[in-house]
Design a protein around this ligand. Structure first.
Ligand code: DCP
Ligand code: MG
Length: 372
């Protein structure tokens, strides 16, 4: 929680999970500059550096008003010399020469363009850059070298890089809810990610599916996907099976790798969200999906939206919900706080006490872990 002190400085907790971050960002210019530096470091594989800039940006997002002088930052945690220097530059000149140089650089622009393709990470983007590719057309010329996911990402590039509005996210949530309930009555669908934090828009729709009777959720995702596909809602999907090893079956402590993906059964998909009167977009380059209702000419009343469907056993649902609500920095710091301050390992499946070797369960409470 941030408390404004009379001498114009703030007290802000060092762990993101211990401070309030209001939705309106009072320091957008500064956080944009820091996030460019974080992104550039990420593109170069410097994850520690990238995290440091992301943390600095996250701290500024917690401030109740706009920073005017660099001295106001003296009491704040997570702001290194480099971040402070850039902040000072932006405060004095309205822009940072270093950040502008990055934004103009050919490498940054190509990496940004490529990593915004669904299914493309830093490694692939960097490889393409090294091969001399710079534009999306350079990639479109060699479709055989792209994965199915990346091909879909290219086809729907513009739609997938247009923010998803809350109303669209809720409409998709409802479509999925109906399909899920048809396949398994009593199952629930929860909108999570940025929308659960109250953001008015996001880059995708994150949905968690569970059923109050443990075990009933097994096999559900395949049926739901078939149902949605049959109705023409899916432009692309790929299912990944659950790889979580139950703690009873394992000698291992649960993983707390800071940025690790969880191991739930999931489907990465692209939805065709139709019937958007008043929200029509040009259909340039987009494939015509089966349920598209075209009007005359190139106008269309549908758009492609990235949707992640994640199925969790009921006993792990609270951890999945916590882990998928974000933000990324909040989740990282929550796991760091658990480990350092509470001697616990937290991930999206479970909470484990390191010194007492026990798992915290839901809803049964705490049970001693059986070790083999
Ligand atoms: N998450 C995580 N680690 C991952 C993947 C996800 O901690 N490897 C968590 C944090 C994210 C949340 O899941 O906040 C959802 O992931 P998104 O990438 O969809 O992030 P947001 O929903 O927060 O952002 P956006 O609004 O852009 O979709
Ligand atoms: Mg999201």
């Amino acid at each position: 929680v941030s408390v404004e002190k009379p001498q114009d400085t703030w007290l802000v907790a060092a762990y993101a999970c211990q401070r309030r971050s209001p939705l309106p960002n009072n320091n957008q210019l500064l956080t944009d500059a820091l996030e460019t530096l974080a992104e550039e470091a990420h593109f170069c594989g410097h994850e520690g550096r990238s995290l440091a800039f992301s943390r600095a940006s996250s701290v500024l997002k917690a401030l109740p008003r706009t920073v005017r002088r660099v001295q106001e930052l003296d009491s704040l945690p997570c702001l290194g010399e480099h971040s402070k220097r850039v902040i000072q530059e932006v405060l004095e000149d309205g822009t940072s020469a270093e950040v502008e140089t990055i934004r103009q650089s050919e490498k940054y622009q190509a990496m940004k363009l490529f990593t915004k393709i669904f299914g493309v990470g830093v490694k692939t983007a960097h490889q393409w850059y090294q091969e001399g590719r710079r534009t999306l057309d350079d990639l479109r010329g060699h479709p055989a070298q792209l994965s199915k996911e990346q091909q879909a990402g290219l086809i729907h590039y513009e739609d997938l890089n247009t923010p998803v509005k809350r109303a669209d996210a809720e409409a998709i949530g409802q479509v999925v809810r109906e399909a899920v309930n048809k396949c398994l009555p009593g199952a629930s669908v929860t909108l999570t990610g940025g929308f659960r934090r109250g953001k008015p828009s996001g880059h995708d729709v994150d949905l968690l599916i569970t059923h109050p009777v443990e075990g009933q959720e097994a096999g559900l995702l395949k049926k739901v996907i078939a149902c949605l596909d049959q109705q023409g809602f899916l432009l692309y999907h790929s299912i990944h099976r659950n790889t979580f090893e139950s703690l009873e079956d394992s000698d291992q402590e649960p993983s707390s790798h800071a940025s690790s993906m969880d191991q739930y059964e999931r489907c990465f998909s692209i939805f065709c969200l139709g019937d958007l009167p008043g929200d029509a977009q040009e259909g340039a380059g987009a494939e015509k999906p089966s349920r598209v209702r075209r009007t005359s000419g190139a106008s269309r009343f549908w758009k492609a939206v990235r949707v992640d469907l994640v199925v969790t056993p009921y006993s792990q649902f609270p951890f999945a919900l916590l882990g998928w609500t974000g933000s990324r920095i909040f989740e990282r710091d929550l796991r760091r706080f658990a480990k350092r301050e509470k001697k616990m390992l937290l991930n999206s499946h479970t909470l484990y006490h390191l010194e007492q070797s026990r798992v915290y369960r839901f809803p049964q409470g705490i049970e001693r872990m059986r070790r083999k």
